[in-house]
Design a binder for this molecule. Structure first.
Ligand code: 26W
Length: 777
């Protein structure tokens, strides 16, 4: 608040001079980023220190997460400080365009929704003065960078995000902790990242642990000229936080992952115990009165046995420690997909963290004595979700429908035993990054219309609704066009493709997974392509279908979908018969920064998972807030989005959860294939010679029509929903022709977005789960 921009500029210049001997104008983007980052860190340091001291003695919450998808911080930090425009101006006056910082890499310390949610939550807690801190891991390599080769296949490259330095964290070596394994002990060194609140002096903290060796160099080995052995311990320690696991929603029982999870858990809890003691003294029996810990899925669930272990080391008995742990932790579930639920083999776990296994077995014995129908350990396997439900105060899902499925299905028996523990916390997104920063034009229009800032009180956006008139719709449409022009420039530069901003922009951006059904979208595009060529869709409004998605590197089906979409894109984009009607583009390396360009330009938001599979979705909210209509199923938060914005302003299709459950046993997709010529023609392009094919594409074809040993045919019901999907898609396309009417639907979505601010979500966590109050300033 009231930061002095001229001082920040002066400090930046001084830093550049001292460290690189260059002027503002001569500096590379990386040098400028480093210097400006350091200057900003200086500017916020008093507020950051004050925030820590102010909350020292009060009850606090901690978010433990293996992932934080924070993206690029330089613009969002200055935005939240309220200085971005003035800084741009000051630099421009000196001949420097701050847009050069678009070259700075994202910090992608997360995979997708779960990691980005963690970042939005920290932003919201800081902006609403809620005393929440984050704990995570400082991966040397974040989520891989993605390119496409000549075949359209995904190629991965390491993401060395901090190679030019990281001005947004301070190494706090004095708070280093030790974490022990049977064969070695490692140091967990904290790096603190400030989380700058918007419109407040509050600055929160994200503390990221980096593993290092106690002895960097084995001098004996070095003297024996055994250089490899001299570095063994160093590498073994650093390996633990070397790389983020790139799997989103499929689980792999890897030894190194246990180590990561244990370091995250142990280091964070040791740190909490240290700060507890310095504020409240040695008696830890009141630990849970001052600390609430939220587990972001089960990735940090080893925190539960670890807290019990640490309290027992302090002299408490098992029962006392268990009770404190139960009061301390709550658990958020982010998926119902069976293959994503973490289940550790006990022998594997015991070889890495033996004492943790002993405690899990004691917890399991206690559970079984109280509730013989429930289990944590079964078949020599520890079910981490069950552990988290049992030794926790609350468990929540991330959208209404998802929380209901947890009660009815995933945790049905647990719900019967502990009904009072189950809650819902519908996800949200931060309006600062996902409106203010990425769409200043729309933000400005809304501020002007409703008279004042709304980015830290999104409820105000509802005031727009009664004001929507043709004039406002025209202004909205003009802004949308402007955002498309800007996106077209980015796409020209990044992908070398030129697009027409007058087209409809229909976007599907999210991780690539069979359940998200990018293939359904692709098949409908092929169908539309053939129909256009036959002159069957004379009034089709020109559309670009835009995809952005990374596939887990070992997920062959997902990679085959990427290749297929790239191949149909090549066919369609090079066919002069449809060039004024249809374009398909799959952007490379979709990430936070790309999202900030794509989302404001979208007209149509594809949210097409089969009902009951997508826990919430958060991209759907970002797109809604930027005025895209949802083309979606009644799944996840889509249900709440259309409840707020009106069915009539969105395009909802497909089977409901109930309908899917009812037809599951008798489902016969080949019957649909045989009966629908258009759909058949589209599906056949997976295997005929319309586009190049391969074994993996043939596998997609057979998975749809024949099934495999582990899944029946068309496990995700593409064929079941196809007809209603195409119908809704073409209806949206027709409706677009009436620009005023369609623009009104878009604006109704913007004006109905209040619920989807993560400020609302984080307040509900604070009130209903953590029982903490905002700090007063
Ligand atoms: C251990 C492997 C693994 C990795 C990641 C299992 C599960 C995950 C996450 C649960 C995947 C994820 O990001 N889930 C998404 O979480 C978002 C935030 O709540 C939701 O909006 C998405 O619907 C959900 O898929």
């Amino acid at each position: 608040m009231n930061y002095d921009c001229l001082s920040i500029l002066k400090w930046t210049e001084a830093q550049l001079k001292y460290t690189h001997d260059v002027s503002l104008q001569e500096a590379t983007p990386q040098e400028l980023h480093e210097a400006l980052g350091q200057a900003v860190m200086m500017a916020i340091s008093d507020n950051w220190n004050n925030s820590k001291h102010t909350r020292m003695h009060s009850r606090k919450a901690y978010y433990i997460s293996a992932e934080y998808l924070i993206g690029r911080l330089v613009y969002s930090n200055m935005y939240n400080m309220g200085i971005l425009d003035e800084m741009k101006q000051l630099f421009a006056e000196r001949g420097v365009d701050l847009a050069i910082l678009e070259d700075i890499e994202d910090a992608a310390l997360g995979n997708g929704g779960l990691g980005r949610l963690a970042a939005c939550f920290l932003d919201s807690a800081a902006s609403t003065n809620i005393p929440l801190s984050g704990y995570g891991l400082r991966y040397r390599f974040g989520l891989f960078k993605q390119k496409f080769d000549q075949n359209g296949s995904q190629v991965e490259a390491a993401d060395d995000w901090a190679k030019y330095g990281d001005p947004w964290s301070y190494r706090r070596y004095n708070h280093t902790v030790k974490v022990s394994f049977p064969d070695h002990t490692v140091l967990a060194v904290p790096y603190d990242v400030p989380v700058i609140g918007y419109g407040t002096k509050n600055v929160g903290t994200l503390r990221l642990w980096q593993c290092e060796a106690e002895e960097e160099l084995d001098f004996g080995a070095f003297n024996d000229q055994d250089y490899l052995r001299a570095l063994t311990q160093k590498n073994k320690a650093e390996d633990i936080t070397r790389v983020l696991y790139p799997n989103d929603s499929t689980w792999e029982g890897k030894r190194l992952r246990i180590k990561q999870q244990y370091v995250l858990s142990s280091a964070s809890l040791q740190d909490m115990i240290r700060t507890y003691k310095s504020a409240h003294g040695k008696d830890l029996s009141h630990f849970a009165d001052f600390y609430a810990v939220q587990l972001n899925d089960t990735h940090p669930a080893m925190s539960i046995p670890e807290l019990i272990r640490l309290l027992m080391l302090e002299g408490m008995n098992f029962e006392q420690s268990f009770n404190i742990a139960q009061k301390t932790f709550s658990y958020t579930n982010h998926t119902v997909m069976g293959e994503a639920l973490e289940k550790w083999n006990l022998e594997l776990m015991a070889s890495v963290v033996p004492e943790i296994v002993d405690i899990i077995l004691r917890i399991d014995a206690k559970l079984k004595s109280e509730h013989p129908e429930l289990f944590i350990v079964r078949d020599n396997t520890a079910h981490m979700a069950n552990l988290s439900v049992y030794v926790g105060t609350y468990v929540n899902g991330v959208a209404e429908i998802h929380s209901q499925i947890l009660k009815d299905d995933v945790f049905h028996q647990w719900y019967n035993a502990f009904p009072e523990r189950f809650q819902n916390k519908t996800n949200g997104v931060t309006p600062r990054r996902w409106m203010g920063l990425c769409n200043p034009e729309l933000t400005q229009m809304i501020k002007y219309r409703i008279g004042g800032d709304f980015l830290n009180d999104l409820d105000k956006i509802g005031k727009l609704k009664p004001m929507i008139d043709d004039d406002m719709v025209r202004q909205f449409n003009a802004i949308k066009h402007q955002k498309k022009e800007q996106l077209c420039q980015v796409l020209q530069k990044q992908e070398g493709i030129s697009l027409n901003p007058d087209f409809i922009f229909d976007v599907q951006v999210k991780r690539l997974h069979e359940y998200k059904r990018q293939l359904l979208n692709a098949l409908s595009i092929m169908d539309i392509y053939f129909r256009l060529k036959n002159g069957e869709l004379p009034d089709f409004q020109p559309t670009v279908y835009l995809f952005g998605a990374k596939s887990a590197p070992g997920y062959q089906r997902a990679k085959a979908v990427i290749r297929y979409i790239n191949r149909i894109a090549f066919l369609i984009n090079n066919d002069p018969a449809v060039s004024d009607k249809l374009k398909v583009i799959f952007v490379q390396n979709y990430n936070c920064s790309y999202a900030e360009h794509i989302i404001p330009a979208a007209d149509i938001s594809e949210q097409i998972s089969p009902a009951g599979t997508e826990a919430s979705g958060t991209g759907n909210m970002k797109l809604m807030l930027n005025g895209a209509v949802t083309l979606g199923t009644l799944d996840g938060a889509n249900v709440e989005i259309v409840k707020e914005a009106g069915m009539e302003n969105n395009y909802i299709f497909g089977a409901t959860v109930q309908q899917i459950n009812e037809c599951r046993d008798s489902y016969y997709p080949r019957g649909i294939y045989d009966a629908d010529y258009h759909l058949r023609r589209a599906i056949d392009t997976l295997v005929d010679s319309t586009v190049p094919t391969d074994d993996n594409q043939r596998d997609l074809y057979h998975a749809l029509l024949d099934g495999t040993h582990w899944h029946k045919a068309d496990h995700y019901f593409l064929l079941l929903d196809y007809a209603s999907y195409l119908d809704a898609k073409l209806r949206a396309n027709r409706d677009y022709a009436d620009r005023l009417n369609f623009g009104r639907k878009c604006l109704m979505n913007v004006a109905s977005g209040a619920k989807f601010s993560s400020d609302r979500t984080i307040r509900q966590y604070a009130e209903e789960i953590w029982h903490i109050e905002p700090t007063k300033y």
